[in-house]
Write a protein that binds this ligand. Structure first.
Ligand code: SF4
Length: 371
C-alpha cells in the first residue's frame, strides 16, 4: 500500500516545476545547510545536489543524534552495561558506535546484558519483568525522542519502580543552529530546519535565530519534493534579501508543536548547557533529568565516570557535523572507515552523513564532493 504523502512528494512533474523555479530565481552562490540526517539521506539518495544550479552548495548539519552523543556518554553506557546485575537498554544505532574501550556489541560479547529497544517505554516493561535486575535506559535523541523518554520516567515513577534508571543524552536542535551561525568558520546562508523536530517542539525558537543572524529558516520535510520546496523557499528569501521563518512542512508542523509531548518533557527534564560531540558545549543545547526525578538518574545512582576520553585522531566527524567538510572529503571515507568498520559515529548511524554518502556513493553527489 502506498503511504499517503509519500508518492505525492516524489512525482517527477512536480519536482521539475520546483526545480525550474529554483533555477530561475538563483543568481548568486548560496550555501544551504539541512539540519536533519534524514534530509541528508534524501539528498544523497536522490542526488539532489546534482539537479540544482551550480551556484547552490548543500552542506550537512549535525542532525544525527547518535553522532553528537559525547564519547564520554558512550563510555558511561559501556561501563554500566558491564556492571553485574545491570540490563542496559538502548536503541539499535547506539550498539555499534565505537567507544574508547569498544562498542556495546563487544560489551555484550563479554557477558553484558545489552538489549535493543525500539521505544523508551520498552525499557520500563523490561524492568517490570526483571525485578531482580537493575535496568538502565541509555536514551539519546533530539526533541523527537525526548517525549517518550520522559513518559518512561513518568511511568516508572507511577509504578514506583526502584530498578529503573535513565542515562540520558537528549539534545536540543535550535541552540546548535545558533552556535554554528556564531562560528567564525560559518558558511551557512540559510537553514532547512528539521521538520520532525518542529512537529514535536514547534517553531517558537526560530524567529529569533532568523532575525539575529539574518538567515532564512525553512522548516522542511523529508521527501525529495519537500527538500526542493525548502531550497526554493531559501533561495527566494536569499535573493530578496529577507530572512524569515517559513513552514514548508505544514502538513505536519504546527506553530506550538505537540503540546502534550512538550509538557511531558518539561515535567521530567530541565534545559542545560550540553556537550555535543564534534561541536563542543552548546548553551541550552541539552536536557537533564530534574531533581524531582533524581532517583531515576543513572549518573546519580552509579559511579560510571569514564575519566578522560579522547576522540580517534583519524576521524573528521567534528568538521563533518559542522558542515565544514563533506564526508567524502575525509581521507578515511570508504578506506579505513566503512559501515562494517566505522571509525566514527557518522558512519554508524542510519542518520549519519558519512553513512548516507557511503550507502549512495555511486551517485554523482559523492563524485562531486571529491572534485
Ligand atoms: S568517514 Fe569515518 S573517519 Fe571520516 S569523518 Fe566520517 S566517520 Fe569519521
Amino acid at each position: 500500500m502506498t503511504m499517503k504523502y509519500q508518492s505525492e512528494f516524489r512525482q517527477p512533474e512536480a519536482i521539475r516545476k520546483v526545480l525550474g523555479r529554483i533555477h530561475e530565481r538563483c543568481s548568486r552562490p548560496w550555501t544551504i545547510m539541512e539540519v536533519c540526517g534524514g534530509q541528508t539521506h534524501t539528498i544523497a539518495r536522490y542526488a539532489i545536489e546534482t539537479l540544482l544550479p551550480d551556484a547552490i552548495t548543500l552542506i550537512h548539519g549535525p542532525g544525527c543524534p547518535v553522532c553528537v552523543t559525547p564519547l564520554a556518554m558512550i563510555e558511561r553506557a559501556r561501563i554500566l552495561a558491564l556492571e553485574p546485575g545491570v540490563i542496559l537498554c538502548t536503541f539499535g544505532d547506539m550498539m555499534r558506535v565505537p567507544g574508547q574501550g569498544g562498542d556495546l556489541f563487544e560489551a555484550r560479547a563479554r557477558g553484558a546484558d545489552v538489549r535493543i529497544v525500539t521505544s523508551s517505554l520498552d525499557a520500563v516493561a523490561i524492568a517490570r519483568q526483571n525485578p531482580q535486575c537493575d535496568v538502565v535506559l541509555f536514551a539519546v535523541g533530539f526533541e523527537t525522542t525526548a517525549p517518550t523518554t520522559a513518559m518512561a520516567v513518568k511511568q516508572a515513577a507511577a509504578l514506583s519502580l526502584s530498578n529503573f534508571s535513565l542515562l540520558a543524552a537528549h539534545v536540543r536542535v535550535p541552540p546548535a543552529m545558533s552556535l554554528i551561525l556564531s562560528s567564525p568558520e560559518n558558511r551557512v546562508d540559510a537553514f532547512l530546519a528539521a521538520g520532525h523536530v518542529c512537529t514535536v517542539a514547534g517553531v517558537e525558537e526560530y524567529p529569533d535565530i532568523a532575525e539575529r543572524f539574518s538567515v532564512p529558516v525553512i522548516i522542511t520535510g523529508f521527501e525529495p519534493l519537500d527538500i526542493l520546496l525548502g531550497i526554493e523557499g531559501a533561495v527566494r528569501q536569499l535573493e530578496s534579501g529577507v530572512a524569515n521563518v517559513e513552514n514548508r512542512y505544514a502538513r505536519s508542523v504546527f506553530a506550538d508543536g505537540n503540546p502534550l509531548a512538550r509538557a511531558a518533557v518539561s515535567e521530567v527534564f530541565e534545559v542545560v548547557d550540553q556537550h555535543w560531540r564534534g561541536i563542543g558545549i552548546v548553551p541550552a543545547g541539552g536536557l537533564k533529568i530534574r531533581e524531582a526525578f533524581g532517583t531515576f538518574d543513572a549518573q546519580q545512582r552509579y559511579d560510571c565516570d569514564p575519566g578522560d576520553v579522547s576522540e580517534p585522531r583519524a576521524c573528521m566527524a567534528a568538521k563533518v557535523l559542522q558542515g565544514l567538510v563533506k564526508p567524502a572529503q575525509c581521507p578515511e571515507f570508504g578506506r579505513g572507515c566503512t559501515p562494517e568498520h566505522p571509525l566514527g559515529a557518522p558512519m554508524v548511524s542510519t542518520e549519519g552523513a558519512c553513512a548516507a554518502y557511503y550507502r549512495y556513493r555511486s551517485t554523482e553527489i559523492v563524485r562531486l564532493a571529491h572534485d
